[in-house]
Design a protein around this ligand. Structure first.
Ligand code: ATP
Ligand code: MG
Length: 341
């Protein structure tokens, strides 16, 4: 039996952060290493262009950074096909065909897109490509016939939209060509890591991140500046752990759950200072981040080899996406010249 196919990816709008790691990267590596899947990992540069069209250098420069982050966390090009979205023309023809199966009203209902439009301060100037990116994402997923998509919680509306497109396409053209994708999410409460500032989401665009590439000193500085409980002024005061980002991170990153429970109790009673819990969190984070950082530095010494890897991955992905496109053209009837070439 052929292996179940995975597709997921990231926008090259900056380096990847520990939110990406918890939300998606960690699960990808886990799934990859079971040997039961055929993973496709896409660097979504065309999607990044939807809100960065006038700043293409940012995307160009971030491509290699994201690729290095991938290798650093343990994505392995021998096991996963790592490729670049813009190099796969079939994706854009698929998007175009799917656009005719989705209403404008349906697009405008997507809650994640709504939040992002507000967050990015587009005002009245929302690029068409931005509102339609969930359709493009459906093209990315279906081009590889992926059934499993490891992502953070913010991506559930995209998956729902992709499933609708698959059903509508197969029904409309009376075929069984496209495959419905399922999400693969982190454990409850870990699918959306808050930012250092306590904002609901750590996000490249909000500047509230710990990056996988940050050195130990930078991580420490960021941790020491983290949002805690604004009413916890004196060490002896009782503190709140709900909505306290330091404890949220400890819940996510510390494998020693008993220790975290004890710290919470002490903090709520009063007598445990912010500096102390922050120092402890820094230690916990270092245990996870130090090996990633070391591997990243090693790969960064030969970026030529990384571009070679992306080129090979893109060639392979291109062939697969072209096969699906052919089936889609057959389904619609856009195959006039099939036996002529
Ligand atoms: P941008 O601000 O450019 O949109 P981003 O930080 O939101 O960047 P994306 O490239 O859009 O990152 O997201 C890539 C993947 O990482 C998605 O699967 C998304 O769900 C996940 N992800 C992003 N931020 C977080 C977070 N704070 N917590 C958990 N998962 C996250
Ligand atoms: Mg995003």
């Amino acid at each position: 039996m052929s292996k179940e196919i995975i597709l997921t990816g990231d926008r090259p709008t900056g380096k990847l952060h520990i939110g990406h790691y918890i939300g998606s990267l960690k699960n990808r590596v886990l799934l990859q290493n079971t040997g039961k899947y055929d993973p496709y990992i896409m660097i979504a540069d065309t999607q990044a262009l939807t809100d960065n069209a006038r700043n293409p250098e940012k995307i160009r420069n971030s491509l290699i950074e994201v690729a290095l982050d991938y290798l650093a966390v343990g994505l392995d090009p021998e096991k996963s096909t790592i490729f670049v979205q813009s190099q796969i023309p079939a994706l854009f023809e698929l998007s175009m065909d799917y656009m005719d199966l989705v209403t404008l009203a349906r697009l405008e209902r997507n809650p994640t897109v709504k939040t992002e439009i507000k967050q990015k301060n587009f005002g009245d100037s929302v690029p068409v490509g931005f509102v339609t990116y969930p359709i493009a994402q459906a093209a990315d997923i279906t081009a590889f016939k992926a059934s499993l998509v490891p992502v953070g919680d913010d991506q559930e509306p995209m998956l729902e939209q992709a499933r609708e497109i698959v059903r509508t396409f197969n029904r409309t053209y009376n075929v069984d060509v496209l495959v419905e994708p399922k999400g693969y999410f982190p454990p409850k409460g870990q699918g959306r890591l808050p930012g250092l500032d306590g904002n609901a989401k750590m996000s490249k665009s909000l500047g509230n991140c710990i990056y996988l590439a940050d050195d130990a000193e930078t991580v420490k500085k960021k941790v020491m500046s983290m949002y805690t409980d604004p009413d916890h002024i004196h060490v002896e005061d009782p503190g709140k752990v709900e909505g306290n980002t330091v404890f949220t991170y400890l819940d996510v990153f510390d494998p020693d759950k008993d220790k975290v429970a004890q710290l919470k109790e002490d903090y709520q009673k009063g007598g445990l200072g912010d500096v102390k819990i922050k120092r402890y969190l820094n230690k916990v984070l270092e245990a996870e981040l130090a090996p990633i950082r070391e591997r990243r530095e090693k790969y960064a010494q030969d970026t030529d080899a990384v571009y070679d890897m992306l080129y090979a991955g893109s060639q392979k992905a291109n062939a697969v996406a072209n096969e699906t496109l052919q089936e889609v053209r057959d389904a619609i009837g856009f195959n006039y010249f099939k036996n002529r070439g």
